[in-house]
Design a protein around this ligand. Structure first.
Ligand code: ATP
Length: 621
C-alpha cells in the first residue's frame, strides 16, 4: 500500500500541469505537485495541513456545485470558479476534475492558469506571425531580386548606352553598352562624378563646366534635355561623338538624379562629313565645269582655235621661235605689246604646245573686274564670305590647276592683290576668301602687259617683286605698223575667215588696197585690221574689196615704216597675183579672171606673171 502511495505521488509530481488530490469529505488537500504549489503559493515543506477552501474565498458554493457535477458525471471542467493563492491573489484557472477510483470523496484536480495560457497563446501567435512575415519578406526579396535581374538584363541588352546619376552627379549604374562605348567599367565609374570623367571638355578643347551641362540641369532643375551632338571622352582619351537624352528621375516625388541614354554617332558624323565634303567637291567641280565651259565658249566664239600666228616678218619669226623654246617648260612668260598685237594669241599658242594642253588655259583679264571683286575672282570664296557669295566658288587660280593661267593686262591688278597673288604663286597654294584652308596649286603662269617693262616699274603699275617673278621669259609682240610686210598675209587670212563666216565670195586684195593698208598706222594693230577686213567682207561686192580704214579711210602720213624697198614691193605684188589666180582657179582674162579682180589689163598681168616667175605650182593651194 505504501508502495502504491509512493507511486501515485511520483505520477502526480511528474504531471506537467498544476494538480492535487482533494478529499472533499474533509476539505483536505491530500497531495499536490510542485506546479500546483507554485500556482497557489504553497510552501510544500511547511504547509502540511492544507484546506482547499483556503483557495476558494467566496467561490465555495460554486465549487460545491462543480463537485456535485463531477460526482454525477465522473469528470468535469469549469472556468467559473474563481480561485486565490494562499496569500489572497486572485487566480483565473480552468479546473479539471475526476474522481479517484475506489476512494470515495477523493478527486484529482488539475489547474490551467488561464492568464499564463493566454500569454503563451499570444507568444505562439506572435511567433506564428513572425514566421509568416519572414516567409513573406523572403518571397518579396526573391521577387525584387528577380525583377532587378530582369531589369539588368534589359539594360545590358539595350544597344544604347545608359547610365544613372544621383542628385550629386555621382554615377549610380552603367549598362554594358555604355561600358563598351566608353571603355570605363562600372567599377571605374560607380559613385564617381561622371561629368569629370567622361564629359569634361568640348571637342574643340575648351573646358566643359558641369554647371553648363544639360545632364547637370536635368538632375538639378528637373529638365529633360535632348542633345544631338556632343562628345563623351573614353578612358583611353579618345572622344566619341554622341547624341543623348537626359531625363530627371524621382523617388517618391523627390528628385533623385537623372538617367542618360546615349548613342555613339561618330561614324554617322564622319559619314555626314564625308558626304558634305563630297557634295562640296561636286559643287566645286560643277562650278569649275561651268567656268571651263564659259571659257571654251569664249574661246570658240573668238575663233582663236582657228588662228595660227600669221606673218613672216623677222619679229613674228622671233615670236614663234620663242614660243617653241618656252612652251615645253613650266617657265613663267611675260608677253608685252600694244593692244591688239596678238599677246593673247601668243599665250594660247604657248599653252597649246605645252604638256598642260589637256587642261584649260584660264584667261583672266585683270581690268575686267571691279577692284573690290578681283580678289574673289582670282582666289575664289566660300559661302557667306561676301554679300554675293551664296555658295562656295573656285577662283581663276583654282580653275587653272593642272593647266595655265593667262593674266592679261596684269598691270590692272590692284596693288594689294598683286602681293597676295605673288604670295600664292610662290607658295603654290591658294586660299579662298573667307576660308582658312590652303589648297595646293599647280599652274603655269603667262602674263601680259601693254606697258613696256621699264614703264611699268617706274610707273609703279606692277610691283617690282611680282614683275621679277613674272618676267622669267619675256616675249615682245611688235606693233603692226613696224612689220608692214605681215599685212598682206594677215589681211588675206582674215579676209578668208570673214568671208567664210558671212558666206561671201572672197574678194581679191588688189595691190592698191594692200598699199593703202600699209600706208595706214594701225593704232589698234591686228585687232583693228581684223575689224577693217570684217567690215570689208560685208560691204564688198563683185569681188572688189572696199576698204574703210579708221579715220575716214585716210592714208596715214608717210612714216619710215610705210616706205618699202623694191624687193618688198615685188614680193607683195607676187603674193597678191598668186592669191588672185587661186581665187579664179588660174584664169587670167575675162570677167571672172584674175586681171579683172586685180583691176589691171590682162596683158599687164601676163607680163607680170612672167617677170615674177609665177608658175602653175605656185598657185596650187
Ligand atoms: N600674228 C597674228 N596672226 C593671226 N592673227 C593675229 C595675229 N596677231 C593678232 N591676231 C589676231 O588679232 C586679234 C587681237 O589679238 P589678241 O587678242 O591676241 O591681242 P592682244 O595683244 O592680246 O590684245 P589686248 O592687249 O587688247 O588684249 C585676235 O583676233 C588675234 O587672233
Amino acid at each position: 500500500m505504501l508502495d502504491e502511495r509512493h507511486q501515485s505521488d511520483s505520477l502526480l509530481a511528474a504531471f506537467p500541469d498544476a494538480a492535487l488530490v482533494l478529499d472533499t469529505t474533509q476539505d483536505k488537500v491530500v497531495a499536490l505537485n510542485a506546479a500546483a504549489a507554485t500556482l497557489f503559493g504553497v510552501d510544500m515543506a511547511s504547509d502540511r495541513a492544507l484546506r482547499f477552501s483556503g483557495f476558494l474565498g467566496a467561490a465555495l458554493a460554486k465549487f460545491v456545485v462543480f463537485v456535485e457535477e463531477v460526482d454525477h458525471r465522473g469528470e468535469c471542467w469549469t472556468r467559473d470558479v474563481p480561485l486565490t493563492t494562499l496569500d489572497g491573489r486572485p487566480l483565473r484557472c480552468e479546473i479539471r476534475a475526476r474522481g479517484v477510483p475506489d476512494v470515495a470523496g477523493c478527486l484529482l484536480l488539475s489547474f490551467t492558469d488561464l492568464d499564463a495560457f493566454d500569454k503563451r497563446t499570444q507568444i505562439a501567435e506572435a511567433a506564428e506571425l513572425h514566421r509568416a512575415g519572414l516567409l513573406e519578406w523572403k518571397r518579396a526579396e526573391t521577387f525584387f531580386a528577380e525583377l532587378e535581374r530582369q531589369n539588368q538584363l534589359i539594360l545590358n541588352a539595350a544597344g544604347e548606352g545608359i547610365y544613372g546619376v544621383n542628385a550629386d552627379g555621382k554615377t549610380t549604374f552603367v549598362n554594358r553598352a555604355a561600358q563598351e562605348m566608353l571603355g570605363w567599367t562600372t567599377q571605374d565609374l560607380l559613385g564617381k562624378d561622371i561629368h569629370s570623367m567622361i564629359h569634361h571638355h568640348h571637342l574643340n578643347g575648351e573646358i566643359y563646366p558641369s554647371q553648363q551641362c544639360p545632364i547637370y540641369r536635368s538632375f538639378r532643375f528637373e529638365q529633360v534635355h535632348r542633345i544631338e551632338d556632343e562628345v563623351f571622352w573614353r578612358k583611353d582619351g579618345k572622344p566619341i561623338r554622341v547624341e543623348y537624352v537626359s531625363t530627371p528621375i524621382y523617388d517618391q516625388k523627390v528628385l533623385a538624379g537623372a538617367v542618360v541614354i546615349f548613342r555613339d554617332i561618330t561614324e554617322r558624323k564622319e559619314g555626314e562629313r564625308k558626304l558634305r565634303e563630297a557634295l562640296d567637291e561636286v559643287a566645286a567641280l560643277r562650278d569649275r565645269l561651268e567656268q571651263e565651259n564659259e571659257y571654251l565658249q569664249e574661246a570658240i566664239s573668238s575663233e582663236r582655235a582657228h588662228h595660227d600666228i600669221i606673218g613672216s616678218s623677222p619679229a613674228i619669226r622671233q615670236v614663234v621661235t620663242r614660243i617653241d623654246l618656252v612652251a615645253g617648260t613650266d617657265a613663267t612668260v611675260l608677253i608685252t605689246g600694244e593692244a591688239g598685237t596678238g599677246k593673247a594669241l601668243v599665250a594660247t599658242e604657248i599653252h597649246k604646245a605645252s604638256p598642260r594642253s589637256r587642261r584649260p588655259l584660264i584667261h583672266f583679264k585683270c581690268g575686267s573686274v571691279a577692284p573690290e571683286d578681283v580678289e574673289a575672282a582670282l582666289f575664289g570664296h566660300v559661302r557667306g564670305a561676301g554679300p554675293n557669295a551664296a555658295r562656295d566658288k573656285p577662283g581663276k587660280l583654282e580653275l587653272a590647276h593642272g593647266g595655265s593661267l593667262f593674266l592679261d593686262d596684269v598691270e590692272e591688278l590692284p596693288f594689294e592683290i598683286q602681293g597676295k597673288l605673288l604670295h600664292a604663286l610662290q607658295k603654290s597654294t591658294v586660299t579662298r576668301v573667307g576660308d582658312t584652308r590652303e589648297k595646293p596649286l599647280d599652274i603655269r603662269v603667262i602674263a601680259a602687259t601693254t606697258h613696256a617693262p621699264t614703264d611699268t616699274r617706274s610707273g609703279n603699275r606692277i610691283r617690282e617683286d611680282l614683275y621679277l617673278f613674272l618676267n622669267v621669259f619675256p616675249i615682245s609682240c611688235m606693233p603692226l605698223r613696224d612689220r608692214l610686210e605681215d599685212i598682206p598675209l594677215l589681211a588675206a587670212h582674215l579676209l578668208k575667215l570673214a568671208c567664210r563666216r558671212h558666206g561671201r565670195p572672197v574678194p581679191v586684195l588688189t595691190e592698191r588696197v594692200v598699199q593703202q593698208m600699209q600706208a595706214y598706222h594701225w593704232p589698234g594693230n591686228v585687232r583693228e585690221l581684223h575689224n577693217v577686213i570684217e567690215r570689208a567682207a560685208i560691204v564688198s561686192r563683185d569681188r572688189k574689196l572696199v576698204l574703210e580704214l579708221g579715220g575716214g579711210g585716210q592714208v596715214a602720213s608717210p612714216t619710215n615704216a610705210s616706205v618699202r624697198t623694191e624687193a618688198e614691193m615685188q614680193e607683195m605684188m607676187r603674193r597678191n597675183i598668186i592669191a588672185a589666180l587661186r581665187e579664179t582657179g588660174g584664169r587670167v582674162s575675162g570677167a571672172s579672171g584674175a586681171a579683172a579682180l586685180l583691176d589691171v589689163q590682162p596683158t599687164t598681168l601676163y607680163s607680170r606673171i612672167k617677170s615674177l616667175g609665177i608658175d602653175r605650182s605656185a598657185i596650187q593651194p
